[in-house]
Design a binder for this molecule. Structure first.
Ligand code: SF4
Length: 381
């Protein structure tokens, strides 16, 4: 493996954001003003990339103990790279690459690259379900250009660039010439120039806005959404739910877009709250979860001992709310029959013993209007 030439941070105009920035140059600056959030899919993607890199760099022993589903998800990619490595004269895994540019912003980390006699191969592993094609893939072209510029090609005669996407057990390949790559280099220069301009325009569109981190603060996205849907954020309080089928259909067409926009606004607000930001009209308070047993084994024991196991168990131990409510009903029934009885007292004792075994864990943070922070419980209780 070859030494890494650069120290990495996230580039606002690197290969993964290039397509968006090429379609909406203003998104480069705007996306730098939002807190970074990571979806569960993105977290899974990072985990799988790290696993594959460990496997490729340090062998199968490096992934002993890893989750079998994760291993299965990356195995085809690792096998493909191993096969390429066998016939190559150099290979690179999770390799930082860059382009010489005054902004210092043109860099990224490619998943895998290798060189054989006259061919540079770039492989990008995708863990998502949405199919990605290698043909005209600007992310791959960008990696290839950086790799070609970073390589010492004096002893090589690279003629072909093989761009490959490894996804869902398949390898999608698009081969181009070095001359084709230079055409992309010109496009890239124009995109970078447009994005760095002070008045870089915001140009909404379904492709570029789809994964844009700046949706929640983008005036152009919001304006287009309001114009197309006929709804505005500002008049949302006065908005009357649509009643006619035609209007419902017209509004329904924008539900997903509004939801995406509002979800992004919420994600950004939560990210700020986590960082300790003080909001003008909201306080950050703990979200408290449903009641749960502190020690299920112990509770099982005391329920069985008390002969109360018939109502304490479903397939698993019932929730505190369900058991306490069953106990209360039984106690009430007994009390109706006899004012004070030994079994009634036993049930009351059992109740207080169970209550001592109940806890409410803090499960997150939510924002509530100032003066309205006492209602913090999010549960079915
Ligand atoms: S949301 Fe769309 S229009 Fe706004 S910055 Fe992002 S890509 Fe551009």
């Amino acid at each position: 493996m070859t030494e890494c030439p650069t120290v990495q941070t996230h580039s606002p105009i690197g290969p993964s954001s290039y397509q968006r920035v090429s379609l909406c140059p203003g998104s480069m600056r705007l996306s730098q003003n939002v807190a970074e959030t990571q979806s569960d899919d993105a977290k899974r993607g990072s985990r799988l990339h790290a696993l594959a890199a460990d496997w490729l760099e340090d062998g199968v022993d490096a992934i002993l103990g890893a989750d079998q589903e994760d291993i299965d998800a990356v195995a085809f990619y690792v096998n493909h790279c191993h096969a390429l490595m066998k016939q190559s004269i150099g290979s690179w895994v999770e390799y930082p690459v860059n382009l010489d540019h005054p902004s210092g912003l043109l860099f990224g980390t490619l998943d895998f690259a290798c060189v054989d006699m006259d061919r540079l191969v770039i492989v990008d592993y995708k863990s998502g379900r949405k199919k990605v094609n290698a043909v005209n893939n600007t992310q791959l072209l960008y990696y290839a250009l950086m790799m070609l510029r970073n390589l010492n090609t004096a002893d090589m005669s690279i003629e072909t660039i093989s761009l490959q996407i490894a996804q869902g057990g398949e390898i999608d390949t698009w081969d181009i010439s070095v001359a084709d790559l230079e055409v992309f280099a010109d496009q890239l220069n124009a995109t970078v120039e447009a994005a760095l301009a002070e008045d870089a325009p915001l140009i909404p569109g379904s492709v570029q806005c789809n994964y844009c981190p700046a949706i929640s603060i983008c005036p152009a996205y919001k304006a287009r959404l309001e114009e197309e849907s006929g709804l505005t954020m500002e008049n949302v309080d006065a908005m009357i739910p649509p009643k006619t089928p035609a209007l419902i259909e017209q509004r329904y067409a924008y539900v997903a877009k509004w939801r995406k926009y509002l979800d992004e606004v919420e994600k950004q607000a939560m990210a700020l709250a986590k960082k300790g930001h003080k909001f003008e009209n909201f306080d950050a308070v703990d979200r408290v979860g449903n009641r749960s047993w502190i020690d299920e084994k112990f509770v099982t024991g005391i329920l069985e001992q008390a002969g109360w196991d018939r109502d304490g168990f479903d397939r698993k131990l019932k929730s505190p709310t369900q058991i306490l409510s069953a106990l209360d009903k039984a106690t009430k029934k007994m009390a109706e029959k006899a004012t004070v009885s030994k079994p009634t007292l036993a049930l009351l004792e059992l109740r207080s013993e169970l209550e001592a075994q109940i806890e409410r864990k803090v499960i997150g943070t939510k924002l509530v209007r100032k003066g309205d922070s006492e209602n913090v419980t999010e549960s079915e209780d």
